[in-house]
Design a protein around this ligand. Structure first.
Ligand code: SF4
Ligand code: SF4
Length: 454
């Protein structure tokens, strides 16, 4: 790690590649709307990276807002909580967008939204107590990754962290949930930053915001410059270039610190922790109230949506109900996405519930959903120059088509973060990122097979 680069940067460091995607941030200037509790919520046991939870309630049980309904002893995991008060109707399986199945707790709301009487602000005076509290809150990366926050914040003893980066890039088109978080909840962002950095002993915090959010940059700069909110003068706002995927962890670390995270390594190996802005804001509110993660702000947009807006919804609300709250569909949706158009997951229908890590639901009509036909590669090299990881997408695609696992490894297929910049830039509309994703799955299966054969 280059320790010389520990001052606050005046401007972002150079990051290679990136695509100029259209921003389409239609909902950026409208205040978030709070959606009332639906009649039923579906709390999935798999809402994070790591081991799924097991239901710890049964049909007929009475639950409240914030009652734990699923947990596990596994460290890399996070408990899940009821987002309404009411009665558990059943435990059943739900099919995830990946095709895998997850247990889910179906809860009928009593319409009262009564908080769990046992909820109280957690004790978080030491790092150990803080990490225990963060786990109990059920916090996972709210920017879409879903990695359990207590694991991220539990830095191995041999790693030295000197920088906390707050990810406010929000580089995917359409999504404005983090933008609204900064405008509507800036005090909580700063208070969450202090909670994390004081316990972890971090003296440098960089809030990275893409330049296409001037109002958020102004608000966060004002609050970071205010002695009341930043008494130790350890927080700075850095305006990033508006280029996709500026919010990808490795790209953001490079832009904010000039450091490279080596292939296969973690941000801690570059002396950094990266947290999503909504995650730090949540920590602040949680420490004050003790209410675990039961609500989520998400952007509802796309050409098929009648009233695009940001909504704060109880986690577990069926997407169909969120869409109804936004005025319903103005045309039959041909493509439903959980997340943005570059990295979002395609949904079969709108019956799935809102998950913790959801930051957007997009619904597109016929025109936007049409998949353009591929044509022959014209060897223009745009996919190569666009790749933020400096990969050779064409070589990777050739290797995948030939099922050549050695070449997939040689060209570092697992370094691909599936950002889709190469596909976006390709004039021949080749499905490059999809092919590479397929190759990564093939390689994983092959490696598992080889392990099983031994
Ligand atoms: S999807 Fe992979 S290969 Fe394509 S630009 Fe992104 S990181 Fe590079
Ligand atoms: S961008 Fe498309 S056409 Fe150009 S080299 Fe890459 S795959 Fe071929």
């Amino acid at each position: 790690m280059d320790r010389s680069k520990t001052a606050f940067p005046r401007r972002p460091f150079f990051t290679p590649g990136g695509a100029k995607v259209p921003h389409r941030k239609h909902t950026a200037s409208s205040e978030s709307v709070i959606m009332p509790s639906p009649e039923e919520v579906i709390i999935l046991m798999q809402q994070h990276i790591g081991a799924p939870c097991k239901p710890c309630v049964s049909a007929g049980d009475r639950v409240y807002v914030g009652t734990v309904v699923g947990d596990t002893d596994n460290y890399v995991s996070a408990p899940v909580h009821s987002s309404v008060s009411g009665t558990v109707k059943k435990i059943d399986k739900v099919t995830l967008p990946s095709g895998a199945k997850s247990d889910a707790v179906f809860i009928e709301s009593d319409g009262q939204d009564t908080p769990d009487p046992d909820i109280k602000p957690p004790k978080a005076d030491t790092l150990e107590e803080f990490l225990t509290a963060v786990r109990a809150a059920g916090l996972v990366g709210l920017g879409g990754a879903g990695f359990p926050a207590h694991v991220k914040l539990n830095v191995p003893k041999d790693k030295e962290i000197d920088t906390l980066i707050i990810n406010c890039a929000e580089c995917e088109p359409y999504i404005t949930a983090d933008h609204r978080e900064m405008l509507e909840n800036s005090w909580a962002v700063m208070s969450g930053i202090y909670a994390v950095t004081e316990l972890l002993g971090i003296d440098r915090v960089i809030i990275g915001i893409e330049g296409n959010k001037p109002d958020a940059i102004r608000v966060m700069k004002e609050i970071a410059d205010n002695e009341k909110y930043d008494p130790k003068d350890k927080v700075r706002v850095l305006t990033l270039k508006s280029s996709y995927p500026q919010g990808a962890e490795k790209v953001l670390i490079k832009a904010c610190t000039g450091r490279e995270v080596p292939a296969g390594k973690l941000p801690a190996d570059a002396g950094c922790i990266v947290m999503n802005v909504a995650s730090v804001a949540f920590i602040s509110t949680y420490l004050k109230t003790g209410m675990p993660l039961v609500k989520k702000r998400l952007t509802i947009d796309g050409s098929a949506v009648k009233n695009p807006q940001n909504v704060i919804v109880p986690i577990g609300t069926p997407i169909s109900k969120v869409m109804e709250f936004c005025g319903g569909y103005k045309e039959e949706p041909r493509k439903l996405l959980m997340g943005g158009p570059m990295m979002g997951l395609a949904l079969i229908d709108d019956s799935l519930p809102v998950l913790k890590q959801n930051n957007a639901i997009l619904a597109f009509g016929e025109k936007e959903a049409r998949l353009e036909d591929e044509s022959a590669c014209i060897r223009c090299g745009r996919c190569v120059s666009t790749c933020p990881m400096r990969l050779m997408p064409t070589k990777l695609c050739e290797a995948v088509k030939l099922r050549d696992f050695d070449k997939m490894k040689k060209y570092q297929i697992n370094t691909c973060m599936e950002c889709g910049s190469c596909s976006f830039a390709c004039p021949a509309k080749r499905h490059i990122a999809q092919t590479i994703r397929l190759g990564k799955n093939m390689l994983r299966q092959e490696q598992n097979k080889q392990k099983g054969d031994k």
